[in-house]
Design a protein around this ligand. Sequence first.
Ligand SMILES: [Zn+2]
Length: 65
Amino acid sequence: MTPATSTRPNPVDDSTSGEFARLARLATLVLNEHTDDGGLCAACHGIAFPCPSAVLAEHNTALTG
Ligand SMILES: [Zn+2]
């Protein structure tokens, strides 16, 4: 996002970035399973892709990446 904030000394950043990293790992796992399979989610059978889980995961990676 904004490079300036990541270099600013702030004790809160440590726990926040740790939480973001955890969410990013979870989101990556979700996105690896919930893939576009001919218009349907490969993990959520019968649900159109992107399924709610994939949408949430993409939001997480957008926030953290
Ligand atoms: Zn899914």
